[in-house]
Design a protein around this ligand. Structure first.
Ligand SMILES: [Zn+2]
Length: 141
């Protein structure tokens, strides 16, 4: 079980859902300024996503927890981040990983009639380092 306090995102939606997951993945940052991170290495990423909305689906879900896990965990667990099409042309830094996770999750949410929004993605790369990605208003379609 993952238990951790996360930074809060301010909003006035009726419902807020948070999904934690963790996954093992390798990456390398192919840039001379990246130091030792230029070499392939692995992390256990701890991820939290915050989803909010005013309405629920016919089951009473804001979004299905299992669906969120399958969108992200099934895609990235035990893979090399650099090999994913999302990271073609960009380095899989923690910042970019958080941003891409947001894009994948929000693309799924956009297919739901009740229009939930992913307001925040938290990605912890090491015990001492994490990134929070929060989309701008214009990032929503
Ligand atoms: Zn790394």
């Amino acid at each position: 079980m993952i238990q951790q306090l996360y930074p809060q995102t301010n909003h006035s939606f009726r419902y807020e859902l948070n999904k934690d997951m963790h996954l093992a993945a390798a990456h390398f940052i192919d840039h001379q300024s990246a130091g030792v991170c230029q070499e392939m290495h692995g992390h256990t990423y701890f991820i939290n996503m915050t989803i909010a909305g005013n309405d629920l689906d016919e089951i009473g879900f804001l979004v299905d927890f299992k669906q969120l896990k399958s969108l992200i965990h099934s895609r990235f667990d035990h893979t090399v981040m650099n090999n994913h099409p999302e990271f073609k042309g960009v380095f899989p830094t923690t910042e970019r990983i958080a941003e891409k996770i947001w894009g994948i999750v929000q693309a799924h949410l956009d297919t739901l009639a009740h229009s939930p929004r992913c307001l925040q993605v938290f990605v912890r790369e090491t015990p001492t380092s994490y990134v929070v990605y929060r989309p701008l208003a214009e990032d929503f379609r």
